[in-house]
Design a protein around this ligand. Sequence first.
Ligand code: HAM
Length: 411
Amino acid sequence: MTEMITRPRGTRDLLPDETEARRAVEVVMRKRARAYGYREIITPAFEELGLFTARSGEGIIDEMYTFTDKGGRKMTLRPEITAPVLRCYVNEGRSIPKPIKWFYFADCFRYERPQKGRYRQFWQFGIELIGANSASADAEIIMVADDILHASGISYTLHIGDLSLMRYLLSDLSPAEQKMIRTFLDKRNLEGACDYLRERGHHEKITPLQDLTAARSIDELFAVLPDLPERERILQMFSILDSQGVRYTIDPSIARGLDYYTGMVFEGFAEGLGSENQVIGGGAYRLAHLFGGTDTPSCGFAIGFDRVMVARGDLQPPNRPRIFVITTKETQIQGLSVARKLRDAGICTETDISGKGFAGQMSLAAKVAEFAIIIGTEHAGKETLLIKDLLTGIQEEKPLSAVIDQVKEGR
Ligand code: HAM
């Protein structure tokens, strides 16, 4: 026998129960995003490699599905969608009135070590707000994110920071040194960051860094950096969030792995996901100027859709066909006409397509459907239909219109 071919590592086959459950959550997310005036866009599944190395450097290539196409161009499957959306803005969107409010739902590809909640193909639901630069814009992005995550039925904790704090504190360090500190903090390794500061001779930064990462209130933040230039803006953003009842933890240690963030940053963590519990990441950033556009302030986020589904834990009850029409050879055509009328009325209806006898159809219907319409030879040409509730066993004769009403109303 030939060896069975299996799906690639880190990918999944999503069977109908799971797919239907995912579709239902997608609908909720799209609806909430639209309620704030965001509109959906679609970008290509693959892009020129340079789109992602422009900001993050060649190092990121190890984490991507890169390839050379038949024309010798270096390409990659998209590892995320912010850079593609900003490329699209630079190519197509410059004449659109700003701020531009776009959202997307699409798959991303990262060459990672697969585990629960971490896949090589995964889906992101994200938003980008392009051309707005204010505390209100930062606050709106966080409010939409919070709204969508609550509406999708998970409980999670929201952590908000601002990179201007760390940047101000470390402004005497070289860009490479600052990046190293961000990398340590992104891995939640404060010790490593302090050791690094010690090694590089920046002893005076160690205590402020420890105090800053430990700060959990606005007062504690500004006690470390009393004259931060962005102070007013940060205060204003938190006061908007407070006025709207958004619950969050202040977390100045958020560094975000991607290199493009400039100011406000946030992450969200859900329960029951083990180590891969981050369900959302986002913040304010600048990218357009790297792709040939003018420097444009933007902010946004991406939700790890697969992780939201794991955190929900449930699957929707399988969506059973509601009616199975059972016929004999003589009444088959009549059955097809009845099925068509039921489908036209929006009712999911199946008929026998395997040439089963009456008893075979009955037993299949009992396994897969909620109701059976039985058209035996004695019902040939009759106006009324015999409908059987397959859960209760109750059967009644009624006209098609009454059948439709009964099935649409539930039992
Ligand atoms: P990110 O933090 O790299 O940010 O990804 C966002 C979310 O995608 C993560 O919080 C996580 O839930 C999910 N995710 C990431 N990798 C995987 C994986 N291998 N398997 C399953 N889920 C995963 C971004 O991608 C930025 N583009 C977000 C953004 C938008 N910033 C501004 N606008």
